[in-house]
Ligand binder design. Structure first.
Ligand code: HEM
Length: 467
């Protein structure tokens, strides 16, 4: 992916962005983005907030008649005359898909470009924090309004990911550290049925029912996915709030899930993250560019539904740490088929050694058990590969969904693949039939989304579905 563009190129687009919102929101009868009783924090007391209140009323009641200029300047007005500009060190230093810290090495300054042929947040090395939002389209939303929503959210994402305020950003100071923020869009069946029914891929439907599933509607389905990832949780909280504010005239929130890995900089860059069972999780992922191309974006054997598009499966999987605690270290390693310290297969010594499934111990049993997670997840069929990009969750013990012990933890399992039916489903079917890990894991949520290509400069995510 190319380096991010110069900041001023984005400023012109704030006008288009603003126009879509200002002209569109009142027609729905919903609150304009960022206003109304749903946003009590928008106008607080004090001289600063009084000034903001005045500016804000300009913004809210001026509507389309206020002109594009006024709206384009909203970010600046709200911050008292000048919108905070990001430290562009990372951009001028040549930000890559991985994002780069600026010359002083500040994590918050790193930018991952939003625009590009493929959406960011997939091949991007996993950021420390993630939020997954599944939105439902409001009943009666028209195709035209859907396009307006996608433009609005794309413009917000483009601004926030480069450290600029979103439209009518009430806390623009919270936008200044992009910290490799990415916003990745996924489309559910209802959204595609409205936008472009002829283009809906066959696999875009709920996964088949699995015997291990105990799915809750609280974490299942959805029309529009927004996957937000960043190395700074404050940046992420702000981005989530801004995107939800700007989408609330069009959508309702179906579910939200927050996940985390190690804090940015805790370990060597590119190291495989650990899950809450203490295992290295992600070792078997495709790593070479050509493997990723084929698995995620499609190849000669598996065509993507749209060029540079893919699919994402999100499964919330509860992990019972309380009963996992009862298992000794050897049992833990055998359940997966890899060691806990290095992640090496039980037949090897280093993390990326190839497992030898034919190896036997002195008693003649396979060293890597037939029922281990590694053996069951691995297929000889090259088409059955996926790219996992999961996050941990660790909620308050005792809350709904907890096992009654001292943990309420698990994994937000996230996998990208060109074709859900050909790549993901056979693996999940095998794990459903047999996998020792099932003793300690329970899928409690499930959703499938089509991931459209990225937006070109000046466009919006999903635009090709409307042409
Ligand atoms: C909480 C649930 C899960 C946990 C804790 C877990 C953990 C692990 C671990 C520790 C490994 C070995 C290291 C690695 O290659 O990443 C692994 C591998 C793998 N897992 Fe899972 N996993 C879970 C759920 C799933 C699910 C739902 C799927 C797909 C349906 C899946 C598919 C795979 C695949 C494809 C591999 C790589 C196998 C290979 O090396 O070829 N896992 N998992």
């Amino acid at each position: 992916m190319s380096a991010d563009r110069a900041p001023d190129a984005g400023e012109g687009r704030r006008g288009e962005h603003a126009a879509g919102n200002a002209a569109g929101s009142p027609a729905t009868g919903g609150s304009p983005a960022g206003s109304g009783p749903g946003n009590p924090g928008a106008e607080t007391s004090g001289p600063d907030s009084a000034r903001r209140g005045v500016k804000r009323r300009h913004l809210l009641f001026g509507g389309a008649a206020a002109g594009l200029g006024a709206l384009a300047a909203a970010g600046a007005a709200l911050s008292g005359g000048s919108a905070p500009a990001p430290d562009t060190g990372a951009e001028t230093a040549g930000a890559s898909a991985a994002g780069t810290a600026d010359r002083a090495g500040i994590t918050g300054a790193a930018v991952v470009p939003f625009y590009g042929p493929r959406q960011a947040g997939i091949e991007t090395p996993a950021q420390a924090h993630a939020v997954f939002l599944a939105l439902d389209l409001k009943p009666g939303l028209t195709r035209q309004r859907l396009a307006a929503l996608l433009r609005l959210l794309s413009d917000d994402a483009a601004a926030l990911t480069r450290g600029r305020p979103a439209l009518a950003d009430t806390e623009p100071e919270l936008a200044v550290h992009p910290a490799r923020l990415t916003v990745t869009f996924g489309f559910g069946p209802e959204l595609l049925a409205l936008a472009a029914p002829g283009l809906a891929p066959a696999w875009l439907r709920p996964l088949p029912a699995f015997g291990i599933d105990r799915l809750s509607p609280d974490y299942t389905g959805g029309d529009l996915l927004l996957q937000l990832c960043a190395d700074d949780p404050l940046t992420l909280a702000h981005a989530r709030r801004m995107l939800l504010k700007d989408s609330r005239a069009f959508t309702t929130l179906r579910w939200a899930q927050s996940g985390f890995l190690n804090a940015a900089g805790s370990g060597p860059a590119g190291a495989t993250p650990r899950n809450l069972f203490g295992q290295l999780d992600g070792t078997g992922n495709p790593r070479k560019a050509e493997e990723l191309d084929r698995v995620v974006w499609g190849g000669p054997d598996i065509r993507p539904w749209l060029e540079n598009g893919t699919s994402v499966v999100i499964r919330r999987i509860a992990m019972n740490l309380d009963t996992w605690d009862e298992l000794d270290r050897r049992g833990r390693e055998e359940s997966v088929g890899r060691t806990l310290d290095t992640g090496a297969p039980l037949t090897g010594t280093a993390e990326h050694d190839e497992p030898d499934f034919g190896a036997r111990n002195s008693l003649g049993f396979p060293v890597i058990a037939e029922s281990s997670h590694l053996r069951r997840a691995r297929s000889d069929d090259e088409q059955q590969r996926i790219f996992r990009r999961s996050y941990n969750y660790d909620d308050a013990p005792g809350a709904a969904g907890s096992s009654g012990g001292i943990s309420n933890s698990g994994q937000i399992f996230v996998s990208y693949q060109a074709d859900v039916d050909r790549q993901f489903v056979p693996i999940q079917q095998r794990l459903d039939q047999l996998d020792i890990l099932n003793e300690w894991t329970v899928p409690v949520g499930s959703a499938v989304f089509a991931v459209p290509p990225g937006a070109p400069e000046g466009g919006f995510v999903g635009e090709q579905l409307f042409s």
